[in-house]
Design a protein around this ligand. Structure first.
Ligand code: COA
Length: 473
């Protein structure tokens, strides 16, 4: 609340305040800004915001630095630090029941207030980027300016394509993607500034340059990989008249208006999921050593490529297709139940279900379901996904150990992409990665602006834990 209040003081020029009720009944103030020179520029907005937020953090440290946030148990140490509060991540916050909120706004709220390309359509990802960085809802004009700025930053040097082309075309698309990002790192502004001896207080500036460049470049690299692997290397040039999501869809080779809308929604909802998930946390950890945004984002992508994290979207479509192959499209509930058990009994997880934090159906799943109901209600694979919603949770509950039997974001995305012709499941995690550049890039700017510390949690051995517990008993 105080963040948004302080933000409202910022605008010395024309701005319009609207009252926005939160889901928890609280009221927060958002700004919907009207056009004026400096307000159209994201960089100058941040420049104004940063000193305030630095002061806020300093005060928090001074006044409340010793306040306890909870107890750490042995289970938490052995259980992947579940439930341990240990990171500062400003751009979004995850509630186990409500799901994600971007700067306080839920997905349905974002769909309502963020500017869209078509009336009543899906949010423009550029708008979400603005929101994540500033905490403010941008106007359409601000979003259009940011679209143009990203287009101007989208240049990818030749050596990047060469690095990717040096890999076998059969290499996993995520391996090719990480290689491309590492090759882009050659142009890091942060690296250059650091080598010149830039003071710590200015680190956020080259981080801003790198993060925005990276966000602009990833769709170009990602679409190059798609065309290289699946379309005989015939690339599609960018279209400067299109927004970020539509242009990405275009460079992949899909120009239908519904696919463009899907891409805007997809990029918006996959962008950020607070700081503790594998990809976000990895980026934050690596960046805490003052590694630049390219190095940090490449590290994040390596985590995203794991089947328990981002690769799950690939696994879901492959699994759904294996169901159809074995049982046909008109599968009965009983057959589906048997197939789920067969998967579990062979020692595998059911992809697209469960979550490390969420304890209810993922709102990212729900908005994709709504998209499907609106645009592809008769798609047979969508109908199968709907059936899985009824069949899988009771089976997982019966296992007795699954903390959340409900579907997550990955349970739905594959069938939507598949419907519009993007059928190559092995590529799906790259799309996830493109979107993640927005959340991770935004937070990395704030990491440097706030001067967040090097990450260095304490680790212990089993012997240390045994001795500690004996003494504590
Ligand atoms: C996401 C995921 C990794 C979270 O893991 P987690 O926090 O350890 O989840 P839980 O605490 O509920 O796990 C408890 C047990 O239930 C199992 N479990 C959880 N989700 C499961 C699923 N979808 N299918 C089968 N078993 C599952 C776990 O493997 C674990 O088993 P173990 O004790 O034998 O190791 C897990 O739910 C999963 O593997 N889901 C499928 C992959 C997926 O969709 N990933 C994308 C997440 S957005």
């Amino acid at each position: 609340m105080s963040f948004f209040r302080s933000v409202s003081k910022l605008s010395k020029l024309r701005s319009r305040l609207v009252q926005q009720p939160g889901l928890n009944g609280s009221v927060r103030w958002l700004q919907i800004q009207s056009a004026s020179e400096s307000e159209l520029d994201l960089h100058s907005q941040l420049k104004e915001l940063i000193p305030e937020q630095q002061e806020r953090l300093k005060k928090l440290k001074m006044e409340h630095g010793k306040v306890q946030l909870g107890n750490i148990t042995v289970d938490m140490v052995l259980g992947g630090m579940r439930g341990m509060t240990g990171l500062l991540w400003e751009t979004s916050l995850l509630d186990p029941d409500e799901g994600i909120r971007f700067r306080g706004l839920s997905i349905p709220e974002c769909q309502k207030v963020l500017p869209a390309a078509v009336p009543g359509g899906e949010p423009l990802p550029e708008g979400l980027l603005w929101l994540l960085l500033t905490g403010k809802v941008p106007s359409k004009e601000q979003v259009d300016m940011l679209s143009k700025e990203l287009q101007n930053r989208a240049k990818v040097p030749d050596h990047v394509y060469k690095a990717i082309n040096s890999l076998p075309v059969t290499a996993h698309p995520m391996t090719q993607f990480v290689t491309g990002i590492m090759a882009l790192q050659v142009g890091s502004e942060f690296l250059k500034a650091y080598e010149k001896g830039m003071p710590k207080s200015k680190f956020w500036e080259p981080t801003y340059e790198d993060s925005l460049n990276l966000i602009a470049q990833v769709p170009v690299v990602a679409s190059f990989i798609y065309r290289r692997v699946y379309k005989n290397g015939q690339t599609v040039p960018a279209d400067a008249s299109l927004d970020y999501g539509a242009n990405f869809s275009h460079m992949l080779g899909f120009d239908g208006p519904k696919m463009q809308e899907l891409m805007r929604l997809y990029i918006t909802i996959h962008s950020d999921h607070e700081g503790g998930n594998v990809s976000a946390h990895t980026a934050h950890l690596v960046a805490s050593a003052l590694s630049d945004p390219y190095l940090s984002f490449a590290a994040a992508l390596n985590g995203l490529a794991g089947p328990l994290h981002g690769l799950a979207n690939q696994e879901v479509l492959l699994w759904i297709k294996s169901v159809v192959e074995e049982c046909g499209e008109n599968i009965t509930t009983e057959q589906l139940k048997d197939y789920v058990w067969k998967t579990l009994n062979s020692g595998k997880v059911v992809p697209g279900f469960g979550h490390g934090v969420l304890r209810k159906t993922d709102p990212r799943y729900m908005c994709q379901r709504e998209f499907a109901l609106k645009h592809l209600p008769d798609d047979p694979l969508f109908q199968l996904v709907s059936k899985l919603y009824d069949v899988v949770p009771p089976v997982l509950t019966q296992l007795g150990k699954v903390k959340n039997p409900w579907p997550n974001v990955d349970a739905h995305s594959g069938v939507l992409l598949n419907h519009f012709g993007l059928t190559e499941a092995r590529y799906f995690t790259v799309l996830f990665g493109v979107s993640r550049s927005i959340g991770i890039g935004s937070q990395l700017i704030w990491d440097r602006a706030l001067g967040l510390a090097l990450e260095r949690p304490k680790s212990v051995t089993m012997e240390w834990l045994e001795n500690y517990c004996k003494k504590a008993a």
